[in-house]
Design a protein around this ligand. Structure first.
Ligand code: SF4
Ligand code: SF4
Length: 271
């Protein structure tokens, strides 16, 4: 379950305290000034209160969820720290997908990404076993430091199941995943007019999406040890970034172009 925390009350948590949540995630976008800039005044204190209450009633699998963007890249480690203090035992760090209201311009720079990842890994080590990365964390597997890789952390990260996904917009539009809503000609139909079964089985859009599995990935993904494990990260972000279905994942490619991609994640250590 994922929530902004504003409707998480003690009454609600008493009713669900015996539910075996795999993850009860509250969005935390930054310390108070940043979180409230993004989500409105008072939203940070409601989210932190929800984390504390959820930690008290649910005891485990209570996560803080953050999307790394230009506005909070400098304080992701601080979010991890304050979420841990509020009772979270899991941290879900996700990279921005430039669809919906998010745009490419909201990506942090390569330097900001590298610095924020280094800081968050340092805080993660300092907190030791007090908090763990959630399974829906989307840090590309090649970007973990060696000691965390040796502990197997990068093999537990979220892998995108595109093109075997389906997304339905509030207006009924259907796309291969929610990253493909928008002006990209990937709307396969509308649930008010077509059956999901027909769209899944017969639509040109879904057929095209599945062909991506046969494409050779470009850029850094082609040179990466992990390409067959993670299949090139987020295909929607790659498409929005370069307008090609086999384009490299933008985060890894930005780091590669800036000389900040880990050499030990490249085949033959080529930088
Ligand atoms: S470079 Fe591509 S294949 Fe390698 S971890 Fe990043 S997204 Fe995955
Ligand atoms: S392609 Fe990107 S937006 Fe779509 S399901 Fe995969 S990670 Fe999510």
């Amino acid at each position: 379950m994922s929530t902004n925390g504003s409707l998480v009350t003690e009454n609600f948590l008493r009713r669900v305290e015996n539910v075996d949540f795999k993850l009860f995630q509250v969005s935390i976008d930054g310390p108070e000034n940043i979180h409230d800039t993004i989500r409105g005044p008072g939203s940070f204190s409601r989210a932190i209160k929800a984390l504390k209450l959820a930690s008290f009633y649910l005891k485990k699998n209570v996560a803080a969820g953050s999307v790394l963007s230009r506005i909070n890249a400098h304080c992701i480690d601080e979010i991890l720290d304050l979420s841990h203090k509020a009772g979270a035992d899991v941290f879900a760090l996700m990279f921005l997908i430039p669809s919906g209201r998010a745009t490419i311009e909201m990506y942090p720079s390569a330097e900001q990404i590298r610095t924020s990842l280094d800081a968050v890994f340092a805080t993660y080590r300092r907190l030791s076993h007090g908090i763990r990365f959630a399974h829906n964390t989307t840090i590309p597997p090649a970007l973990y430091p060696q000691d965390l890789m040796d502990a197997g952390i990068n093999t537990r990260c979220a892998l995108c199941s595109f093109p075997y996904t389906i997304a339905i917009e509030a207006n009924g539009d259907i796309a291969p995943c929610d990253g493909f809503f928008g002006p990209y000609n990937f709307i396969a139909g509308n649930v008010r007019e077509l059956s999901l079964k027909d769209v899944w089985g017969q639509s040109r859009v879904f057929h095209t999406a599945r062909l991506t599995e046969t494409f050779e990935l470009q850029g850094v993904c082609n040179a990466c040890h992990y390409q067959h494990f993670c299949a090139g990260g987020c295909r929607a972000s790659a498409y929005i970034y370069k307008h090609k279905m086999n384009a490299p994942d933008p985060i890894c490619e930005m780091l590669y172009q800036a000389g900040l991609f880990p050499a030990n994640s490249l085949k033959e250590n080529r930088l």
